[in-house]
Design a protein around this ligand. Structure first.
Ligand SMILES: O=C(CCC(O)(O)[C@H](Cc1ccccc1)NC(=O)c1ccccc1)N[C@@H](Cc1c[nH]c2ccccc12)C(=O)O
Ligand SMILES: [Zn+2]
Length: 582
């Protein structure tokens, strides 16, 4: 088996290298090279898979680790397609990613038209900082014209071929293939259950934010169905509302917890943000970033070439080379994302000596949760003042509520979005939603779960889901919904070790080696055992639970209940009023 392990390492290293070169320098030549390398990778994966079919009685194997590895290798994935269909699938996937990462728009700028504006940093900055309702709407619309629409027909092909691949792997449709790594037969039910648990809290939060936005923009700007227009929430996808903190803060006069200004004033650089995060990990007794990480990572957007700006963390499968790729802006949001990416790298470092098939998160949600877990400690006012990003700090009720609001704008607002991104894709793959109503289905979920509506009418030549990286990049999204739930379970468990008598929302595990060790032991296992066992190691329970998240925000729920006395919680929705019947 360790011979197979070496073969798998070399195979993955070659594929990741070609992918890195394309991602950090989008050219036709590099795209060609990546296509070649990926089809070679698929061919060799299929050869290994055929080899393993010979051990088809792997269920009888005594050694549980061996049996588990063979079980994981028994699902080939997309490579199960025959060569010309797998070539087509690879072409479509790479083409969608290139379209998204190269998209740019023109916007009216004081009288003239400014073109070549890109998502990072231009459009993201406008969505985050502008309070001009019309400029926000133009930016929102033109991004979808440039990045979403051109992907629609490619996506139809993607679904057709993806479903064929699913059947070749013995599944019904592509959503079953996507859910295989979760090893959880009632996974969709568990997710729906968690959503039901948090939905009432989200709806109250939505009512509060809607009330504040109505005061700010005027009632005539707000739809009468109780939804919030998608373009005034501070983010291109309305997925995280931290950038409208100034509009919704309980105590606006109080010190702002958005330390972006202070970071810029202190001449923070991307490198310094990464070093700050690395120090938090090592102070917990976790593994420091190795040499190649510092030498080879790309943490600034290059000025001389096109790159895939969306952040990611890379494992080169040689147990030495691990990198981050990120177009870092110096602000609070990106400080959180830096921690998110460093969490991925720490996981890589912890499980690097596992067999290749076990070099994954216990489940995909675990991998997304590690960096955010540590960021929960970093984001506390006490910690921010400890690292000199918050001056004249004194814990009081007003500061606590402002901090709670800041955290809810990132975590609570995200929950319906984290769910609907894959609820929509599962419905498309499984045929529950029809192919010629893809955009209507998208807005049905956006209205139903998120209470967010489009600022202009949509139609079926629009493809609004395609304007979010993870759709053209074929990256599963329910992992983030799971992460936003379990990161609070992990936080509670580590806080019970590090600061047992501190309220959960004020806990900072910084420097606690025992907490660090508890985490390291879980991470080192990779996916070598089923995730409920690793969940039990971390939290004492085998199940996901929304209780720690709800507990973390207890002070905020009280405040919001008072504030929304005269508000109708919730919204009604009729997707027809937002869709042009074409
Ligand atoms: O996409 C990301 C971060 C990018 C990533 O680190 O998750 C990256 C996505 C990706 C996957 C595959 C190919 C290319 C990019 N995932 C990884 O780098 C990764 C690393 C190891 C294992 C699995 C994925 N965050 C999500 C949502 C999110 C999660 N935590 C957050 C905190 C603050 C704000 C947003 C988020 C988003 O931006 O919508
Ligand atoms: Zn991630």
């Amino acid at each position: 088996m360790n011979k197979l392990n070496d073969v798998l390492e070399k195979l993955n290293t070659a594929q990741v290298n070609a992918s890195w070169i394309f991602n950090t320098n989008i050219t036709n030549y590099n795209e060609e090279q990546l296509l070649k390398e990926t089809s070679k990778y698929n061919k060799e994966q299929k050869a290994i898979w055929q080899e393993i079919q010979k051990f088809s009685n792997y269920k009888q194997y005594q050694d549980p680790a061996l049996r588990r590895q063979l079980e994981k290798l028994s699902v080939l994935g997309i490579a199960a397609l025959d060569s010309n269909e797998s070539q087509k699938f690879i072409n479509i996937s790479t083409e969608m990613e290139r379209i998204y990462s190269s998209a740019s728009v023109c916007l009216p700028r004081n009288g003239s038209l400014k073109c070549g504006l890109e998502l990072e940093p231009d459009l993201s900055n406008i969505m985050a900082t502008s309070r001009d309702y019309n400029l926000l709407r133009e930016t929102w619309l033109r991004w979808r014209d440039s990045a979403g629409r051109p992907i629609r027909n490619l996506y139809l092909e993607y679904i057709r071929l993806g479903n064929k691949a699913a059947i070749k792997n013995g599944f019904k449709t592509l959503d079953d293939l996507w859910l295989f790594p979760w090893e959880t037969p009632d996974f969709k039910q568990q997710i729906e259950q968690l959503w039901q648990e948090v939905m009432p809290y989200y709806q109250k939060f939505h009512a509060y934010v809607r009330m504040k936005l109505r005061k700010f923009y005027g009632a005539e700007r707000m739809p009468n169905d109780g939804t919030i227009p998608a373009h005034i929430l501070g983010n291109m996808w309305a997925q995280s509302w931290t950038n409208i903190f100034d509009v919704v803060a309980p105590y606006p006069g109080k010190k702002s917890l958005d330390v972006s200004e202070t970071m810029r004033a202190q001449n923070y650089t991307a490198l310094r943000m990464v070093q700050l995060s690395d120090k938090f990990f090592t102070d917990l007794g976790l593994i420091p970033m190795p040499g190649p990480f510092w030498r080879e990572s790309m943490i600034n957007k290059p000025t001389d070439r096109k790159v895939v700006c969306h952040a990611s963390a890379w494992d080169f499968y040689n147990r030495k080379d691990f990198r981050i790729k990120m177009c870092t802006n110096v602000n609070m949001e990106d400080l959180i994302t830096v921690h998110h990416e460093m969490g991925h790298i720490q996981y890589y470092l912890q499980y690097k000596n596992q067999p290749v098939t076990f070099r994954e998160g216990a489940n995909p949600g675990f991998h997304e949760a590690i960096g955010d877990l540590l960021a929960l400690s970093v984001s506390t006012p006490k910690h921010l003042s400890k690292i000199n990003l918050l001056s004249d700090y004194e814990e009081d009720h007003e500061l606590t509520l402002n901090h709670q609001m800041q955290m809810a704008l990132q975590k609570v607002s995200f929950l319906p979005f984290g769910y609907l991104m894959d609820a929509w894709r599962w419905d498309l793959f499984s045929g529950k939603a029809s192919k010629n109503e893809m955009n209507r289905h998208w807005w049905m979920y956006r209205l139903k779960l998120q209470g967010v509506s489009p600022p202009v009418k949509r139609n079926e030549t629009d493809f609004d889901a395609g304007a979010k990286f993870h759709v053209p990049a074929s990256v599963e999204y329910i992992r983030y919904f799971v992460s936003f739930i379990i990161q609070f379970q992990f936080h509670k468990s580590l806080c019970d070790i590090a600061q047992p008598n501190v309220p959960l929302h004020q806990c900072d595990i910084d420097g606690n080696q025992e907490a660090g060790q508890r985490l390291a032991k879980a991470l080192a296992l990779g996916s070598s055992q089923e995730w409920p066992k690793t969940m039990e190691m971390m939290t004492g329970s085998r199940n996901m639970s929304a209780k720690p998240l709800i507990e973390y925000f207890n002070p905020l729920w009280k405040y919001i209940d008072e504030q929304i006395k005269n508000e109708n919680v919730g919204w009604n929705f009729n997707v027809n009023q937002y869709m042009e019947n074409n």
